[in-house]
Design a protein around this ligand. Structure first.
Ligand code: ZN
Ligand code: ZN
Length: 604
C-alpha cells in the first residue's frame, strides 16, 4: 500500500511540474524566492548552459533543519503561507507549497543547508530521496538542480533555445535586483558574470549594474505622492530608449508587477520627446495601502489592478513629465574608454542526446561593472552624484545643478552638407539638425495658432474639389464641423465630392492642396474617439515638416542664428515633433579625449 501511495505522489508531482515548472526561469524564480523568504542578504545564482544543465542557488539565509529540509520537497509543505492575508497584502513574494516538490520530481536535486550550526545534506533524484545526512555547517542554503526534465523527455523538447532561457532568467533577476536593492545578487552563466549588485540599497547602482554607466548617468530621479499613492524611482532621459517595453519596471510594495496602463501612461509622458514606438528605461516604485490593490493572483503572472487607477496614472504622468522637462536635454556624445568587449557565450548541448546540438553566441548589452566610475545619491540632499576617477583626477557631475539649466546659448560657426549647423559656446560644440530644429519651431507655432479661437482664413482663388469614396464621404459629412472649426469653408459638391473655398491662413504656401488632402485624410481616419488635441497635434506635426528647411539647403549664418534663437524659445527645443533629437553635444572634455590631449582640465 505504502509503495502505491508513493507512486501516486510521484506521478502527481510530475504532472504538477508541467504546470509550475515550465522552464529554467521558473526553477530559478522558485529557488531565489525561497532564499529571499529565508532572509538572505546575499544570493548567488550559478547556471551551467543557461540552467539547462545545472542551476545552483547559494544564499546566506536562515537555513533549515533536517526535518524541514526533507519536508520542503513534500507536496504538502505549504507552511510558507501562514497567513491567508499574505496573498492579498503582497508582502510575501511567491506562491509556496508544491513548487519544490514539482522541481524535485523532474530533476536531480542536491540540497545543503544549515541551521544553528547543524548542517544537513539531502539528495533527491526524480523525486526520490537518495540520501540524507549531515552536511557542512556553512550559514545558509545551497541548492543545486541539475538535469532538469531528464526523466520527462517530452518536456525537455519543449524547452526554448538556450538564449531564450538565459534571457528570461536574466530578465527575472534584473527586475528582482531592482525591487530588492538591499540584497547582493550575483548571476553567472558558465562562469561569466552577467549581473552583480552591491546590496547597498541604492537603486541607481543596480541600474548601473544592469545597463552600464552611460545609461545610469542619464537616469533622473522621480518622486511624488497623492492621498493614495507614493511613487519614487528613476526614469531615463528621453534620449535613452529601447525597442521594447521590457525595461519599464513597475514595483508595487516591493514586488515587481506588470501593468499595461502604467507603461502606456509613462510612454505618453514622453510624447514628442522621443519616438512613440521606442520605450524609456524606468523603475517606478509604488507604495500603496494594500487594500487599494485588486490583485489578480496567479503564480506565474504578476498582473495587478488598482481601485483608484485614474489618480495613480495622473500622478505618474505628472511626475515623469516633470522629471524629463525643464532641463537641459541635449544628448551628450560621450567619448569614453573603448566599449567593453561583448561577452560571447558558447553553448554545447550534446549531453541531451535527444536534442539537436545547439551552438549559440550571445551578446549582452554592456555587461560591465565599471570600477572607476560611480553614481550615487547623496544621502544629505538627494542629489545624484556622478563620480569618475581617472588618472589621479576626480570629476563630479551633479545632476541636480544641471537640471536648472535650459538650452544654453550657442553661436553658429558653419554648416555641413546644407544639413547640420555647427555651433559652439564655452562648454563645447553642438551639432544641430536644421530640418529637425525648424520642424520643432514650426510645430510649436502651429500648435499655438491652431489653438486660438479666431484663426484668419484665406479664400482660394481656385477652389479645390476632392473626390472621396462613398464611405469616406459619409464619414467626412458627419465631421464637417471639425474642418469648419478650423476655418475651412467646405461644401458638398456633387456625388461623393467636396469643394474647399477657404482655408486657415496657417497652411504653408505652395502646399495648400497637399495639406488640405492630408488634413481630410486625418479627419476621416481619426473620427472614432476624435480628440481635438491629438488631431491638432497630428496636423501640426505634418505641417511643421512641410514647412521646414529641407536637407541640402544652404542658409546664412544670420539665418542659423535666428533658428537657434527660435529654438531656444521652444518649450521643448531638444526634439523634433517626431521625437528625433534636434541637436547633439560634444563637451570640451569629450573633444579633448577624442584628440587624445592629456589633461582634460587644460581647456577652460
Ligand atoms: Zn520632417
Ligand atoms: Zn521630425
Amino acid at each position: 500500500m505504502a509503495v502505491i501511495k508513493v507512486m501516486d505522489e510521484l506521478l502527481a508531482n510530475k504532472i504538477a511540474a508541467g504546470e509550475v515548472v515550465e522552464r529554467c526561469a521558473s526553477v530559478v524564480k522558485e529557488l531565489v524566492e525561497n532564499s529571499i523568504d529565508a532572509g538572505s542578504t546575499e544570493i548567488k545564482v550559478e547556471l551551467e548552459d543557461a540552467g539547462t544543465r545545472q542551476i545552483k542557488v547559494i544564499d546566506n539565509g536562515k537555513g533549515m533543519d533536517k526535518e524541514d529540509a526533507i519536508l520542503a520537497f513534500s507536496r504538502h509543505a505549504t507552511s510558507k503561507i501562514d497567513d491567508e492575508d499574505d496573498l492579498y497584502r503582497l508582502t510575501t513574494l511567491g506562491f509556496r507549497g508544491e513548487a519544490l516538490a514539482s522541481i524535485a520530481a523532474v530533476s536531480k536535486v542536491d540540497l545543503k543547508t544549515c541551521m544553528k550550526d547543524i548542517g544537513t545534506h539531502v539528495v533527491i533524484n526524480g523525486g526520490k530521496i537518495i540520501e540524507t545526512g549531515l552536511g557542512d555547517a556553512r550559514k545558509g542554503t545551497t541548492i543545486t538542480v541539475s538535469e532538469l526534465f531528464y526523466n520527462t523527455p517530452a518536456r525537455l523538447k519543449h524547452m526554448k533555445s538556450l538564449y531564450t532561457e538565459l534571457a528570461s532568467i536574466t530578465d527575472y533577476i534584473n527586475k528582482l535586483a531592482l525591487s530588492q536593492p538591499k540584497i547582493r545578487f550575483t548571476l553567472q552563466n558558465n562562469d561569466n558574470v552577467i549581473l552583480k549588485t552591491d546590496g547597498s540599497g541604492n537603486i541607481l547602482k543596480v541600474i548601473q549594474s544592469i545597463y552600464g554607466t552611460d545609461v545610469a548617468r542619464k537616469m533622473v530621479p522621480i518622486k511624488g505622492e497623492n492621498p493614495d499613492y507614493e511613487i519614487s524611482g528613476y526614469v531615463s532621459l528621453p534620449e535613452v530608449h529601447r525597442s521594447s517595453r521590457n525595461n519599464m519596471v513597475t514595483i508595487v510594495n516591493g514586488r515587481v508587477v506588470r501593468n499595461m496602463d502604467i507603461n502606456r501612461i509613462i510612454n505618453d509622458a514622453y510624447h514628442s520627446y522621443k519616438p512613440d514606438n521606442r520605450y524609456p528605461i524606468t523603475v517606478i516604485n509604488i507604495t500603496v495601502d494594500p487594500s487599494v490593490i485588486d490583485v489578480n493572483i496567479h503564480p506565474t503572472k504578476m498582473d495587478i489592478k488598482f481601485s483608484k487607477m485614474d489618480t495613480l496614472l495622473e500622478l505618474i504622468k505628472m511626475v515623469v513629465r516633470a522629471a524629463i522637462t525643464d532641463r537641459n536635454l541635449i544628448p551628450e556624445v560621450s567619448v569614453r574608454k573603448e566599449k567593453p568587449k561583448r561577452e560571447e557565450l558558447r553553448f554545447d548541448l550534446e549531453r541531451h542526446g535527444n536534442k539537436p546540438i545547439i551552438k549559440e553566441e550571445i551578446e549582452f548589452e554592456e555587461p560591465v561593472i565599471p570600477v572607476n566610475e560611480s553614481i550615487y545619491e547623496d544621502e544629505n540632499n538627494g542629489n545624484i552624484v556622478h563620480e569618475v576617477v581617472m588618472e589621479n583626477d576626480n570629476y563630479k557631475i551633479n545632476t541636480k545643478e544641471e537640471e536648472k539649466e535650459f538650452m544654453p546659448e550657442m553661436y553658429p560657426v558653419g554648416l555641413v552638407h546644407g544639413t547640420y549647423i555647427i555651433a559652439q559656446n564655452e562648454k563645447g560644440m553642438y551639432i544641430i539638425d536644421q530640418h529637425a530644429a525648424k520642424e520643432r519651431c514650426n510645430y510649436e507655432r502651429f500648435k499655438e495658432t491652431m489653438g486660438k479661437p479666431n484663426i484668419a482664413s484665406t479664400p482660394l482663388l481656385f477652389p479645390i474639389t476632392i473626390e472621396l469614396s462613398n464611405e469616406e464621404f459619409i464619414i467626412l459629412k458627419e465631421n464637417m464641423h471639425i474642418l469648419e472649426n478650423l476655418k475651412f469653408k467646405i461644401e458638398e459638391f456633387g456625388i461623393n465630392s467636396v469643394i474647399i473655398k477657404e482655408h486657415p491662413a496657417w497652411l504653408p504656401k505652395g502646399f495648400e492642396e497637399e495639406s488640405i488632402r492630408k488634413i481630410i485624410e486625418i479627419v476621416i481616419h481619426t473620427q472614432k474617439d476624435f480628440n481635438i488635441e491629438k488631431f491638432n497635434e497630428k496636423i501640426a506635426t505634418m505641417m511643421s515638416c512641410k514647412h521646414a528647411i529641407k536637407a541640402n539647403t544652404n542658409i546664412t549664418l544670420e539665418e542659423m542664428e535666428a533658428l537657434i534663437t527660435d529654438l531656444r524659445n521652444c518649450k521643448n527645443p531638444y526634439n523634433c515633433p517626431h521625437g528625433r533629437p534636434t541637436m547633439i553635444y560634444y563637451s570640451n572634455y569629450d573633444l579633448e579625449k577624442l584628440f587624445k590631449r592629456s589633461g582634460f582640465d587644460t581647456i577652460k
